[in-house]
Design a protein around this ligand. Sequence first.
Ligand SMILES: [Zn+2]
Length: 390
Amino acid sequence: MKVHLIRSEGFKMEDYNHVFNILNQYSGGITFVPSEPIVLPDTDIEITYEDKDQYERQALYSPRGAFFEKRSFPITEKSYTEEELLSVCNKFRKENNISDSEQVLLLTEKKNVSNWFGGVDQTTLNNFFIDCSDWDYYFNGFDIRFPIAFSIAAWLMRKVIFTSAKEGFSALHKKPRGCIMDYCIDKKEIQLQMRTADICDACLSYSEKNDANRVHMNQLMQIMEGVRSNLLFRDRSKYLRTNSRLEFRGMMHKMYLTDLGDLQVNLNPTERALYLVYLNHPEGISRADLIDFRSELKKYYAFFSSKWDELSQFDREMKIHEAVDLLTNKLEQKLMQVLSRIRRKFIDTVGEDQSKTYSIESYDGKYKILLDRELVSFDEDAKLTDGNIY
Ligand SMILES: [Zn+2]
């Protein structure tokens, strides 16, 4: 089954790519296909909320949460009908000659008038939209890309299990039981759904009756399970003060936080080289002393960096030499820039609170990574030719 994931241009590219990373960690016959951003057609509908109370009433939001602190009233938001959003999918389908057996799913930051988390074309069951805004309100401090990936999996699961919209409607649970068919009239109930990531017996019996595709179901279940384990790990780690394991994989030392649903941290070659040097030295390295670790830094840098591959060996070495010189020169700002980018990437990946354990932070005049080295591992392929320091 092919699923075209399209996005409206207001939905951040970075989040979109990250959702893909999460979805693509599992295989089982469903392929997710990316596409260029789409400019949504203009809409006539605008909803103005005079104050917080009105916004809440309209949106069924609870009165508490960081969500409101970030907004000042009155707010006017453009809003779309479900039909309008689904017609964006249909237009994309027509323009790209996509067959009826393939799915088109629109990720948008725009609100829909009924304020649903998402919706499906009830006739064809192959066009969907998902509201990607405000997830940070329901899951405070939680990476919003996980609930979005969950929603995608849940919509596809409903499609795989039920044969018609009518059948799906008849299965909805008004009283939440932590099943993907919970109605979530009170929108906060979505939290329960993702914490259990389950399909109840009543709903599973439909999959039996309809002879639903088990391989597809399994893949979608794994995505939902991944989100659930990430969510639970985060909740617990706050109290148990546990951190995720960090694994380096493959020749290029790609980085994965294994206990956080195998979340990838995308450091570029310079950042990764610097990170590994600091990882090798738990005692920390001051800005002035980094120059003593030049050869180690160069070794990683030369290994990861491919941008000068077409140069002669001599020229390539010169380039690498210059880059490392710049990074280790304490009079230059380069190091600070790279450190701040690394910090930003960890904040984006694990949230502000946890990021300080994984990123390179300053303590008593030295920069260091606090993460317990027992939690760090390298897979078979993550080895340099002359051996890892680890
Ligand atoms: Zn159910």
